[in-house]
Design a protein around this ligand. Structure first.
Ligand code: PLP
Length: 336
């Protein structure tokens, strides 16, 4: 069991086919793979690399020898295709307008337009936006918002989930790869299992019974932890399970009952990956929707959180979030 958990998502292909794949790479490619291994810090799940890319275009990635591979993974950044000409043109135009950075306490029209667009296309009620460089930071922002508004501090999230690499976002994550060897993460991070309709420990097969058991686990934790600020999860678990609508309806009811935020991480699932523009549209509208990856068009790190924020609800002395990102209003990716 431990073995299968630690190998999850990594390079699990140890067969002769992996060796054959490596053997057919040319000398220049092999040299760059060696250079990469000796120069970059190694990361769990990302090292060793398998090949060297010369370009990425549309749905394809190309290696140095010109072979094209259909990229079915793409880290979730290329919903509009790699190097999408429209996106590239808009980003280049913005860079050339000499307004590449907007200092703190100023704003700019393209960033406001992008925020308005997000408010328009996300479910009703999500009407406040803040941008930041990456998904991990956007998750941290969302949790910070939940803590400020509820005045509470603990979090509940799912085993086997991934929400990023910051200390708060890694504390939410439910896999050892992301916090291993780091000592204590942000305290108060509780985890539950995501509903599993195919293989669950009780051998249950009826969806309602399965939901009831997983919801019972959440209730037990909430009853004993009144200082819970937020439940954070992907609407559809990337591990991967599609929950019932009832599951999220009930979870949202519990969040309301216990005065805590429901935060959906759609950094991977957002922007049309589940048959609707946002995965939450299959279920319920969260208090905060976190977006990333494809928001930057695969050209730059860019992410954001969109939330429902009743006026005057932030409990800090200034009534604002603690200072967060210098790029909260950056115009990158804010094409017309
Ligand atoms: C579901 C999910 N949340 C958060 C993140 C973190 O985003 P980033 O890598 O932009 O920090 C990722 C990254 O893969 C992710 O898949």
């Amino acid at each position: 069991m431990q073995e299968s958990i630690s190998r999850e998502q990594g390079d699990i292909n140890q067969s002769p086919l992996r060796q054959a794949y490596h053997d057919r790479l040319d000398a220049a490619t092999k040299q760059l793979i060696e250079d990469d291994a000796s120069i970059f810090l190694h990361q769990a799940l990302s090292t060793p690399v398998m090949n060297v890319l010369s370009k990425t275009e549309g749905p394809y990635i190309y290696d140095l020898q010109g072979r094209a591979y259909l990229d079915l993974h793409g880290n979730g950044v290329h919903n509009a295709g790699f190097s999408n000409p429209y996106v590239t043109e808009k980003v280049l135009a913005q860079l050339q307008q000499s307004l590449a950075f907007t200092p703190r306490r100023y704003t700019n029209a393209p960033a406001i337009n992008l925020a308005k667009k997000l408010i328009e296309i996300t479910p009703a009620g999500l009407d406040r936006v803040l941008f930041c460089p990456g998904g991990s930071e956007a998750i941290e922002m969302a949790v910070m918002l939940a803590k400020q508004i509820t005045g509470k501090w603990k979090t509940l999230s799912f085993w086997d989930s991934y929400h990023g690499t910051g200390f708060q976002s890694a504390a939410l994550g439910g896999e050892e790869h992301f916090s291993n060897g780091q000592g204590p993460m942000v305290p108060g991070a509780f985890h539950v299992e995501f509903p599993n309709y195919y293989r669950n420990p009780w051998g249950l097969t009826n969806t309602d019974d399965i939901d009831a058991e997983y919801l019972r686990q959440i209730k037990v934790i909430l009853q004993r932890n009144p200082d819970m600020a937020a439940l954070v999860g992907e609407p559809i678990s990337a591990t991967p399970v599609v929950p019932s609508v009832n599951y999220w309806v009930e979870v949202q009811a519990l969040c309301k009952q216990y005065n805590m935020f429901l935060i959906f991480d759609e950094i991977i699932e957002g922007f049309g990956r589940t048959g609707k523009l946002f995965a939450c549209e299959h279920f319920v509208t969260p208090d905060v929707l976190v977006l990333g990856k494809t928001l930057g068009g695969g050209l730059m790190p860019f992410a954001g959180a969109s939330g429902q924020l009743p006026a005057g609800t932030i409990k800090s002395p200034s009534g604002s979030l603690p200072h967060h990102w210098k790029c909260g209003r950056q115009r990158f990716a804010s094409g017309d």
